[in-house]
Design a protein around this ligand. Structure first.
Ligand SMILES: Nc1ncnc2c1ncn2[C@@H]1O[C@H](COP(=O)(O)OP(=O)(O)OP(=O)(O)O)[C@@H](O)[C@H]1O
Length: 301
C-alpha cells in the first residue's frame, strides 16, 4: 500500500471532521476520494501532507510511519490543493524553470514535463492567459517536477469544461500506466472520476462509507427490468400478485428486480397474456451517480 491510515480522526473544535478513517491506497492506483461538499476530503488530504497535524490514528505512507519519517516521505509526494501556485506574468516554461532552479532539479525535466502535460505549444505563453484546464495541468507539471512517486490532487477538475476534464483524465491515466505513479484524487462528483479511477473511497461527515475497486462499486448497483407500458398500475398489480418485487411505478414505466433473461421474457409474456401491451422491456443498471447519492444520503442501495 502506498497510503495506509488507521482510525485517522481529526476535530476542528468540537466538530469531528475526519472520523476513524482507515484508507488503503494501492500502488499504481488512481484512487478516487469522493464525498459531498464538507465531507472532510480537504482536511484528510491536509493531514496526509502534514499541513494539519493528526490528533488520533496512524498514517503510513510508502510503508513508513508518517510521524517518524515526514521529510523523507513528503519529498516523494507531489500535490495540488486549491489553486496552483503559478506566476501569471511568467510563461508556463518560466514557471517550471523557476521551480526547477528552486528545487535543484535538472532543467531537462522542464521540457519533459511540458510535453507530459501537453503544454509544449503553449510553453511561451503567459500563464495568466492560460485556460483553467491549462493552469491545472501546469500545476500538475509543477508538482511532478521532482519526480514524486505519489501525486495528491484536491478537486483538480473543479470548474473545468468537459474537454478540460478529459485532458486531466488522460494525463492521470498516463502517469499511472506509463510512469508508475500512484494518484490520489478527490472530487465531489463521481461522474468526473469514474472513468479514470481504479479504486474509490466514499466519505460523508468524515466517515468512510465505501472503499474498494471501482468494479465493486458498480457491482453494488443492482440490475432492474424497466418495462414501458400504457398501464403501469395494472402491470404492477399483476407482477406483485405473481411474486415480483416492483420498484418504481411511473406514468409510462415501472421497474422490477432483474433475475435472468428468461425471467424477463416470462414477464413480457405474462403482461401480454393479460392484455397489457408492453412497448419496451429491458435490463437497466442504476447509474453510479445515483448510487453515490444513495450512499452519501444514507439510503438503502
Ligand atoms: N479551518 C477550519 N476551521 C473550522 N472548521 C473547518 C476548517 N476547515 C474546514 N472546516 C470544516 O470541516 C468540515 C470538512 O471540511 P473539508 O474542507 O475537509 O471538506 P471537503 O470534503 O473538502 O469539502 P469541499 O468539497 O467543500 O472542499 C466542514 O464542515 C468545514 O466547515
Amino acid at each position: 500500500m502506498v497510503i495506509e491510515t488507521k482510525d485517522l480522526t481529526f476535530k476542528f473544535g468540537s466538530q469531528t471532521v475526519v472520523n476513524s478513517l482507515s484508507l488503503q491506497v494501492p500502488q499504481g492506483s488512481i484512487y478516487g476520494f469522493l464525498g459531498p461538499n464538507g465531507a472532510g476530503k480537504t482536511t484528510t488530504i491536509k493531514l496526509l501532507l502534514n499541513l494539519l497535524k493528526n490528533e488520533q490514528g496512524d498514517i503510513k505512507i510508502f510503508g513508513l510511519d508518517f510521524a517518524a519519517n515526514r521529510t523523507k516521505i513528503l519529498a516523494q509526494i507531489g500535490s495540488l490543493i486549491e489553486q496552483p501556485a503559478i506566476y501569471s506574468h511568467l510563461s508556463g516554461r518560466e514557471n517550471l524553470k523557476n521551480r526547477a532552479i528552486l528545487l535543484q532539479v535538472d532543467e531537462s525535466r522542464v521540457d519533459e514535463m511540458l510535453q507530459l502535460v501537453q503544454l509544449t505549444e503553449a510553453a511561451h505563453k503567459k500563464a495568466g492567459k492560460y485556460s483553467l484546464g491549462m493552469k491545472q495541468r501546469l500545476g500538475i507539471a509543477l508538482a511532478l517536477l521532482p519526480d514524486p512517486k505519489l501525486l495528491m490532487l484536491d478537486e483538480p477538475t473543479n470548474g473545468l469544461d468537459p474537454n478540460g476534464i478529459i485532458e486531466i483524465r488522460e494525463l492521470l491515466k498516463r502517469l499511472t500506466k506509463e510512469h508508475g505513479k500512484t494518484v490520489f484524487i478527490s472530487s465531489h462528483l463521481l461522474a468526473e472520476i469514474e472513468r479514470m479511477a481504479t479504486h474509490v473511497a466514499i466519505i460523508n461527515k468524515g466517515e468512510l462509507l465505501f472503499q474498494g475497486e471501482i468494479k465493486e462499486l458498480e457491482g453494488l448497483s443492482k440490475p432492474q427490468v424497466r418495462i414501458e407500458t400504457a398501464n403501469t398500475v395494472d402491470a404492477a398489480n399483476l407482477l406483485t400478485k405473481n411474486g415480483y418485487v416492483v420498484g418504481e411505478v411511473n406514468d409510462d414505466h415501472l421497474t422490477v428486480a432483474f433475475k435472468s433473461k428468461e425471467d424477463t421474457g416470462a414477464i413480457n409474456a405474462m403482461l401480454n397474456q393479460a392484455g397489457i401491451s408492453v412497448y419496451s422491456i429491458h435490463k437497466v443498471q442504476k447509474d453510479l451517480e445515483n448510487l453515490f447519492l444513495n450512499i452519501t444520503q444514507n439510503q438503502a442501495i
